[in-house]
Design a protein around this ligand. Structure first.
Ligand code: F6R
Length: 263
């Protein structure tokens, strides 16, 4: 796992975005995995700047969302389909028909999950999966004790996750109880993982993900099993990493072939 500690949330987003724009420039029809929430917003802002100022062409990029709420009416502004359309698809000038989101409004949710996995198998593998991490260690909406072998399925959101996401809704009770999420097994199939985390509230989860035991109690620790997991954190999110100085040292002395930020 590569752990990169930077001064600001914006810098974490900028470095992660550089990795993504490098991929898209070399493979214009790359398959991206998209996260929602606050963590990746700096990535999307930086990619938008690349599109507008430097001609990055995302029109052929294919994408799969990590997750979707269950039970929100189609078009609800906080459905992840709507959030991605607003924050990612439109600003990056992507083709909406290339962007796939689990169907949380489907009558048959189990079939919607199976269909989603089949679509990923058909179009994928995902070249680069963008991730955030929940304060309880979840990635996607794989809450603690999710199986490392899990595939896209329905999950019950943890009370902590519902409370954390209440900021996006008028009243906390409006946060859906259930979601569809790619499984940890689905996420681990992506070729490259890029996780961003900012702020003190994530420090404990980041420490458990990077340095704790590999355990389903911290779903993020599944990244320790991946051959190309990259974690970009600001100082606050890194504040409980015991080996922080070592990560700074290895990043400062990384070999030329790892210098993605020079592209
Ligand atoms: C969202 C997702 C979640 C979030 C996590 C952190 O698609 O998969 O795992 O990344 O809940 O949320 P924020 O970034 O809002 O703190």
């Amino acid at each position: 796992m590569q752990v990169v500690i930077v001064d600001t949330p914006a810098e974490a987003g900028r470095l992660a975005a550089l990795k993504i724009s490098h991929l898209v420039r070399h493979r214009p029809d790359a398959v991206l995995g998209l996260a929602t929430g606050s963590s990746p917003l700096a990535i999307y802002a930086e990619l938008t700047r690349e599109v507008v100022d430097n001609g990055l062409d995302c029109s052929r990029v294919r994408a799969f969302a990590l997750d979707e709420y269950v039970g929100l009416p189609p078009g609800h502004p906080e459905s992840y389909r709507a959030v991605l359309d607003r924050d990612v698809v439109a600003p990056l000038r992507m083709d909406p028909s290339n962007v796939h989101v689990p169907d949380g409004a489907a009558a048959d949710l189990a079939k919607a999950c199976a269909d989603y996995e089949a679509r990923i198998a058909e179009i994928g593998p995902v070249d680069l999966q963008i991730l955030g991490i929940g304060a309880n260690g979840h990635i996607g909406f794989n809450e603690p004790t999710s199986s490392f072998a899990s595939r896209t399925r329905i999950k019950t959101l943890a009370p902590k996750t519902r409370a954390d996401n209440a900021r996006f809704f008028e009243i906390p009770d409006q946060v859906p109880m259930h979601c569809l999420t790619q499984g940890l097994g689905t996420i681990l199939d992506a070729t490259t993982l890029v996780l961003v985390a900012q702020g003190e509230a994530k420090a404990d989860a980041v420490a458990r993900m990077v340095e704790g035991p590999v355990s389903s109690v911290c779903p993020g620790s599944a990244l320790q099993l991946h051959r190309d997991a990259n974690v970009f954190v600001d100082e606050a999110a890194a504040s409980r990493l015991t080996l922080a100085d070592y990560y700074r040292y290895t990043f400062a002395h990384r070999p030329d072939w790892q210098r993605f930020e020079d592209f």
